[in-house]
Design a protein around this ligand. Structure first.
Ligand code: NAP
Length: 271
């Protein structure tokens, strides 16, 4: 067991914080009385307490003081306010795990006077336990705390450790923002289906299952994506006609440029 009755505090319990809490409880990695969530809105906290039976508070410092593990799960914009509140309250905390985009390990360690920090980049499918997270840790994070970090992140799905923090900005651009690219692709295909004459509900079902089935097929076959694409592309056929137009429109370049733009933005926000 990664946790031994230790208290874990969530500073910010919105979409991602709640996803972690839910995953930890459903996997029985933590009991409700081992979790405290701090968030500014009392009515939201009441909902969380009713739903999960956890302890809640509007006071970040109070939550952090009660915990051995502190998860930072607020939006990046409020970190400037949250870090000073926690300074001096978490000196002896054994692990600080941040899921906040763009805030470097060093910034958190310096602000909180605690060097045992893990920085991670999850994604929204984590809400149903099907996400993927890239994480890194300061050298002071020991084996036991790494196991705790893996348990916390595992509550949202798969995770990959990166020895170099540079990969966190890359992960932000690829897998952190990635669901938005997929949803935009989905939306465009559904609209194309409606444009041809399908009822929207039918177009949605066709596109969703095509994406889901293709991903599972790629995963299970282990074949290269180009090989799988060739299977669908007969000489002089319909797929070849479609792919030609997509290449002409620069689909691959646009995707690549988009990912690079997100990477540059992530680095700029971090500095
Ligand atoms: N969503 C994603 O795709 C994604 C992916 C990877 C990483 N992340 C990272 O995860 C973090 C959380 O994102 P999210 O999507 O869960 O955001 P969210 O739903 O807005 O959750 C943040 C929570 O923090 C609360 N909060 C605001 N000010 C606070 C304060 N001073 N002290 C304590 N709590 C405060 C918010 O309350 P109010 O709503 O009342 O303001 C909200 O409940 C972000 O840093 C983001 O970079 C998000």
């Amino acid at each position: 067991m990664a946790f031994n009755g230790e208290m874990t505090a969530f500073i910010g319990a919105g979409v991602m914080g709640e996803a972690m809490i839910k995953g930890l409880l459903s996997r029985e990695l933590l009991a409700p009385n081992n979790i405290v969530a701090a968030d500014p809105r009392a009515e939201h906290l009441d909902e969380l307490r009713t739903r999960y039976g956890i302890t809640v508070t509007t006071n970040n410092a109070e939550a952090a003081r009660a915990a051995e593990v502190v998860v930072l799960s607020v939006k990046p914009q409020v970190m400037d306010m949250v870090l000073p509140e926690l300074r001096g309250q978490v000196d002896s905390v054994r692990l600080i795990l941040s899921i906040v985009a763009g805030v470097p390990l060093k910034t958190i360690a310096n602000a909180l006077l605690n060097v045992r920090v893990v920085r991670s980049m999850p994604n929204t499918p984590g809400q149903i336990g099907r996400g993927i997270t890239v994480w890194t840790a300061s050298s002071e994070v020991g084996a036991e705390q790494r196991a705790q970090a893996e348990a916390l992140l595992g509550a949202m799905g798969e995770h990959i450790y990166a020895a170099d923090e540079r990969f966190l900005d890359m992960a932000t651009a690829l897998s952190g923002s990635g669901p938005a690219y997929v949803f935009m692709f989905m939306e465009a295909l559904i609209d194309a289906g409606v444009h041809m004459g399908f009822a929207r509900r039918d177009a949605e079902q066709l596109v969703t299952q095509t994406l889901l089935g293709s991903v599972l097929y790629a995963q299970q076959s282990g074949m290269h994506p180009a090989e799988l694409r060739n299977q669908v592309t007969s000489p002089g056929g319909t797929t070849a006609a479609a792919l030609h137009e997509m290449e002409k429109g620069g689909l691959r370049t646009v995707l690549s440029e988009g990912v690079w733009a997100a990477y540059r933005r992530s680095k700029a926000l971090g500095s």
